[in-house]
Design a protein around this ligand. Structure first.
Ligand code: ZN
Length: 135
C-alpha cells in the first residue's frame, strides 16, 4: 500500500471496512456520507495518502469521463450515491486514510472557470461499486 497503489472496488471496500467506529474527533467532523468541501475542522495531518482510484500511469485525467453513475436516482451530492470507480468524480480521486481511526476518504479538486475547491468524501464500503465498462 503506497501512494502509487491503484485500488480496486473490492480492495477499497476491504480497506474502508477496517475503520474504527466511532471515528476519531477529527473524522467525526465529517458526518455526511456525501461529498463535502474540505472542512477546516478536519485535521489534514492525520490523513495519509494510500493510493488512487485511477492508474498511476494516467497522465491526462482531464480527458477522463465527466459522466456520473446514478442507477438509483441519486445525485452528485447524495449521501447514498454510489462510489462508482471509473465514473466521475471517482476517476480522478486519490485515496486517504486517517492514521488515528483508519477511516478512508477519497479526495479530488473540483475545478470551475474561476475556482478550485478541494472535495472529500468518506468511503462507506456498502456504497463502493465496480462498474464494468468504465476504466
Ligand atoms: Zn480519524
Amino acid at each position: 500500500m503506497t501512494p502509487e497503489t491503484e485500488w480496486s472496488a473490492a480492495a477499497l471496500q476491504a480497506l474502508a471496512a477496517q475503520a474504527a467506529t466511532p471515528p476519531c474527533d477529527s473524522c467525526r467532523t465529517l458526518p455526511s456520507g456525501g461529498w463535502e468541501a474540505m472542512p477546516s475542522s478536519l485535521d489534514r495531518a492525520r490523513l495519509e495518502p494510500v493510493g488512487t482510484l485511477y492508474p498511476a500511469a494516467a497522465t491526462d485525467l482531464a480527458g477522463a469521463t465527466l459522466d456520473e453513475y446514478h442507477p438509483n436516482g441519486t445525485r452528485y451530492w447524495s449521501a447514498d450515491a454510489p462510489i462508482a470507480l471509473g465514473w466521475f468524480p471517482y476517476n480522478r480521486c486519490s485515496v486517504w486514510r486517517c492514521r488515528v481511526c483508519a477511516t478512508v476518504f477519497v479526495r479530488y479538486a473540483e475545478t470551475g472557470g474561476y475556482f478550485e475547491e478541494e472535495r472529500i468524501r468518506r468511503v462507506d464500503p456498502a456504497l463502493v461499486v465496480a462498474t464494468p465498462g468504465k476504466t
